[in-house]
Design a protein around this ligand. Structure first.
Ligand SMILES: Cc1cc2nc3c(=O)[nH]c(=O)nc-3n(C[C@H](O)[C@H](O)[C@H](O)COP(=O)(O)OP(=O)(O)OC[C@H]3O[C@@H](n4cnc5c(N)ncnc54)[C@H](O)[C@@H]3O)c2cc1C
Length: 382
C-alpha cells in the first residue's frame, strides 16, 4: 500500500454495529481507516441477557475486533478510550493502555460510540442495580442471580430466604422481559433439582416499568445524551463528522441494532461517493425490518413487516434471526450448541463462582456498618 500516506483518513469511534458496518462499507475504498474502541471486541448486546443467565459464555456473544477486521487491509484497529474531539483541528484524543495519550487526525470522523446505561438522574442506583450494556455488566448480573440462590440456600430465616428469592427488574422493554423470563426459567427448570433447603421455583420475579421516568428528567428525546444530526447524519457546521447508531438522534429513530447497522453503512457509503468527487445528496432513510423478543423456551414474539409470529413459530424465526446476526461463524456454531443444551436438557454451563463472589453479592445489599456496630464487631474478634 504505497499510496497509504496520501490517502484520506477516516476515524471511526466505536466498534459496535454502527462502527463495524461503517468499516465494512469502506473496505477497499481508497482511504486509511482507524477504528478506535475501548473494548477489544464487538459485542452482540441483544444476547447479553443469555450471558447473564448462564446460557452463553461471553466469548459467544463477543468477537475480537482485530480478528473481524483482519482482512480489511485499509483498516487499523486501535484499543483506546476516546477522551475528546477537537473539531477545529480535526483530531481525536484518546488514552491507550498504559495510560499513554494519543491523537488521531482525520478527514472524516464517524462517531459510533453507543450510549451509556441511563439511570435517569439517579446514578446512585448503579450500586444496587447493574446496567446491561457490557460484558462486565452481564457477568455481575450472572453472579448476583446465581449468588442469590446460594445465599437463600444457606439462610435459616424463611423471611430472609424469601427476600433472596425475590428478583426485581426495572424496565419492561424487550431486555427486561427477556431477562425476567430467563430468571423464571432458570428457577423452574435448570435449578429445580439442585438445592436441598430451598425450592428455586419459589423465586419471584418482579418487573417494574416507570413510563414517566424520562419526563422526570425534563429532557425530551435526548435523555440519554444522544447527538442530534441532520438528514445526512452530520452535525451542524461539520459535514465531515457523522454520528451513527445509538448515540445519534434523528427523527426519533429507536436505539436498535438495525438503525446502527444502516447508519454505519450510510456513513461509509457517503464517504465513498464523496471520495469520487460526487455530491451525496441522498438523505438517510431507515428501513424497519421488524423486531423480536424471546419470552421463554420455545416461545418468542416476532414482527417482520406485516407478518407476526408468536409462540413456537416465533421462537424458530427468533432463532434464525439471531444466528444470522451473530458475528463470527465460531460464535454462531457455539451459540447453537449452547442453545441446544439449554433448551433440550436444561443445562446452563456458564456459571462459575466462588464463595468470595457470592459474598460480594450479599455485601452489595447490606446496610453499611454504623460506627458503633463496627466497634462492637472489632471487640468480639479473637
Ligand atoms: C441488553 C440489550 C439488549 C438489546 N436487544 C436488542 C434487540 O433485541 N434488538 C435490537 O435491534 N437491538 C437491541 N439492543 C440495542 C442494540 O444492541 C443497539 O442499538 C446497538 O448495539 C447499537 O450499536 P452502536 O454501534 O450504536 O453502539 P454499541 O453497540 O453500544 O457500540 C459502541 C461501541 O463504542 C465503544 N465506545 C464507547 N465509548 C467509547 C470511547 N469513549 N472510546 C472508545 N470506544 C468507545 C464501546 O466499547 C462499543 O464497542 C439491545 C441493547 C442492549 C443493551
Amino acid at each position: 500500500m504505497s499510496d497509504q500516506g496520501n490517502r484520506r483518513r477516516v476515524v471511526i469511534i466505536g466498534g459496535g454495529f454502527a462502527g463495524l458496518f461503517a468499516a465494512r462499507a469502506l473496505k477497499r475504498a481508497p482511504v486509511q481507516v482507524t477504528l478506535i474502541d475501548k473494548a477489544e471486541h464487538h459485542l452482540f448486546q441483544p444476547l447479553l441477557y443469555q450471558c447473564a443467565t448462564g446460557i452463553l459464555s461471553e466469548g459467544k456473544i463477543a468477537a475480537s475486533l482485530r480478528a473481524l477486521l483482519r482482512k480489511h487491509r485499509n483498516v487499523e484497529f486501535v484499543l483506546a478510550e476516546v477522551t475528546g474531539i477537537d473539531a477545529e483541528r480535526r483530531r481525536v484524543m484518546a488514552t491507550r493502555p498504559g495510560r499513554k495519550t494519543a491523537e488521531f487526525g482525520y478527514d472524516y470522523l464517524i462517531v459510533a460510540a453507543g450510549v451509556e446505561q441511563s439511570y435517569f438522574g439517579h446514578d446512585e442506583f448503579a450500586r444496587y442495580a447493574p446496567g446491561m450494556k457490557t460484558i462486565e455488566d452481564a457477568l455481575v448480573i450472572r453472579r448476583r442471580v446465581f449468588g442469590a440462590f446460594e445465599i437463600a440456600e444457606s439462610a435459616a430465616d424463611p423471611a430472609e430466604r424469601r427476600r433472596w428469592l425475590t428478583f426485581a427488574l426495572v424496565g419492561a422493554g424487550p431486555t427486561g422481559v427477556e431477562l425476567a423470563g430467563q430468571i423464571r426459567e432458570l428457577a423452574t427448570k435448570t435449578l429445580r433439582e439442585e438445592y436441598r433447603h430451598i425450592k428455586p421455583e419459589d423465586a419471584r420475579v418482579l418487573l417494574f416499568d416507570g413510563g414517566a421516568a424520562p419526563q422526570a428528567t425534563g429532557a425530551k428525546q435526548d435523555r440519554a445524551g444522544r447527538i442530534e444530526v441532520g438528514p445526512d447524519l452530520s452535525v451542524p457546521a461539520h459535514p465531515e463528522i457523522m454520528v451513527t447508531g445509538d448515540v445519534m438522534s434523528l427523527n426519533k429513530l429507536p436505539g436498535v441494532a438495525e438503525v446502527a447497522m444502516q447508519t454505519g453503512l450510510y456513513a461509509g457509503r457517503r464517504i465513498r461517493h464523496e471520495l469520487r468527487g460526487e455530491v451525496y445528496k441522498k438523505p438517510f432513510r431507515y428501513y424497519d425490518l421488524g423486531s423480536a423478543a424471546y419470552l421463554s423456551r420455545g416461545r418468542a414474539v416476532v414482527s417482520v413487516g406485516k407478518l407476526q409470529f408468536a409462540g413456537f413459530p416465533g421462537w424458530v424465526v427468533w432463532l434464525f434471526i439471531h444466528i444470522g446476526f451473530l458475528t463470527g461463524y465460531r460464535n454462531r456454531f457455539g451459540a447453537v450448541l449452547s442453545w441446544w443444551f439449554a433448551f433440550t436438557r436444561d443445562l446452563r454451563r456458564e456459571r462459575t463462582y466462588t464463595t468470595r463472589q457470592v459474598g460480594i453479592v450479599g455485601d452489595v445489599y447490606e446496610e453499611p456498618p454504623t460506627q458503633a456496630s463496627a466497634a462492637a464487631g472489632s471487640e468480639q474478634a479473637p
